[in-house]
Design a protein around this ligand. Structure first.
Ligand SMILES: *Cc1c(COP(=O)(O)O)cnc(C)c1O
Length: 420
């Protein structure tokens, strides 16, 4: 019943990988079952109706669908309130809105998990572009320890003076471990022990619905993410969310629209149905992405490559990093991911000099939604440690076939070997 002509050795290897992953897959299925029920319950409890899918135009006053969507997200995320809008152009914009919504001139923003994600650098400390720094918001950070774990002593030393403590759950383009909900809880405790009143913010990108709880359950005040990642379920066309304490969400809404009007305005146009359907689908999409990541890790390990996290390690986000040993391997792998994508499979990505990077980068994405990383996609900077970061997979059969195509590409070029 073979559809693709993968080599028999690769098919055999994939069967071994699936065997190794079986206990993990059962865990992911249990998580999707639990989170899927929570999502359904949020729809039922909030009495979502077909009229809420319709959307508004113009000023968007009295947009019941928009308010209902906020309530559904709030319940799912364990928040007092949420601001879910297609107007957020990406995750960086949603995070930026939250930072500018809460922080005031003279305040100190303290990152307690090291350097924030690349796209936040300009927002925080750019010069003359309307950054937080331009508005007099100071920045400091507590680096992670050498093993990638939080520096609790360092946090207790510095957090006393900050207005906001900033946590990044996912590792971004590094090989540090992502922070589990349990670890985020310990960070919150350390911050609170010296500063009960500061706002604890968590960049929740890529982490949603991977565990039973979100950071709000363990002491974070505000969480933010993108709808072209986990919570859009591969269906939302664009957007982001901010969720948490109601007073803080209101401040963020004042920044997104205008001080005073906040959540009361903003037409939802034709975006509500996709956002409702997306969050409904999200537990399954996240489950498929987790299976695809664990499968890729198992395949990589069987082929003698490094995988972070390993196939059987605990996960708190959908990211997998594979160290493939060299530039040629990275290029072949990414070209294989592209060739195994539903959209633009016939295109072949090449490394290019991407602004903001000190080496060339190759990116594979053949997605229904431009740049969507809940869909199978891969990026690799061509430098040490020669790692590719991959994520997504809307369904496991297609995610698995994409990963197989990538490794077949490497085999065909003699860039990896299957040992028996
Ligand atoms: C994706 C992501 C962001 C936001 O990135 P956008 O590309 O602007 O959506 C921020 N932080 C982390 C850790 C991310 O993974």
């Amino acid at each position: 019943m073979a559809v693709f002509s993968f080599s028999p050795e690769l098919v055999e290897l994939s069967e071994r990988a699936l065997g190794l992953c079986a206990p993990k897959f059962a865990e992911f299925d249990r998580m999707a079952d639990y989170n899927g029920q929570r999502v359904l319950k949020a729809f039922i409890d909030n009495k979502v109706s077909d009229i809420h899918m319709k959307g508004t135009n113009g000023y968007g006053y009295g947009d019941d669908g928009r308010d209902k969507l906020d309530a559904v997200f709030a319940q799912i995320l364990g928040a007092e309130d949420a601001l879910v809008r297609h107007n957020f152009v990406n995750g960086t914009h949603a995070i930026t809105t939250a930072l500018f919504g809460i922080l005031r001139p003279g305040d100190l923003l303290l990152s307690v998990t090291g350097e924030p994600y690349d796209t936040m650098q300009g927002v925080i400390s750019g010069e003359g572009i309307g950054s937080l720094k331009d508005f007099g918001v100071r920045f400091d950070k507590v680096d992670l320890l050498a093993d990638g774990t939080p520096d609790y002593d360092g946090i207790r030393q510095k957090a006393g003076a900050c207005r906001m403590a900033y946590i990044q759950r996912s590792r971004g383009y590094s090989l540090r471990p992502s922070l589990t909900i349990e670890v985020i809880g310990k960070i919150c405790e350390a911050v609170r022990s010296v500063n009960p009143d500061c706002v604890i913010f968590t960049d929740n990108c890529y982490g949603e619905l991977v565990e039973e709880r979100e950071p709000l359950a363990v002491g974070s005040d505000l969480i933010v993410g993108s709808l072209i990642k986990n919570l859009g379920g591969g269906i939302a066309e664009t957007g982001g969310y901010i969720a948490g304490r109601a007073d803080l969400v209101e401040q963020c809404a004042f920044r997104l629209t205008t001080p005073g009007t906040g959540k009361e305005v903003g037409a939802s146009l034709n975006q509500l149905r996709g956002m409702f359907l997306g969050i409904y689908h999200a537990p399954e999409a996240v489950c498929s992405a987790l299976k695809t990541a664990a499968f890729a890790a198992a395949m990589a390990e069987l082929l003698g490559f490094g995988a972070f996290p390993k196939y059987n390690e605990k996960r708190t986000d959908i990211i997998e990093a594979l160290t493939l040993g060299g530039e040629k391997q990275l290029v072949a792998f990414c070209q294989g991911i592209q060739a195994g994508s539903p959209v633009d499979s016939f295109a072949s990505p090449e490394p290019w000099d991407m602004p903001g990077y000190d080496s060339q980068v190759i990116m594979a994405a053949g997605a229904f939604t431009m740049g969507a990383s809940i869909e199978l996609s891969a990026d690799a900077p061509l430098r040490e440690p020669f790692a590719v970061w991959l994520q997504g997979g809307l369904t496991f059969p297609t995610g698995k076939a994409g990963i197989m195509t990538a490794f077949q590409h490497m085999l065909d070029k003699g860039l990896c070997r299957i040992s028996r």
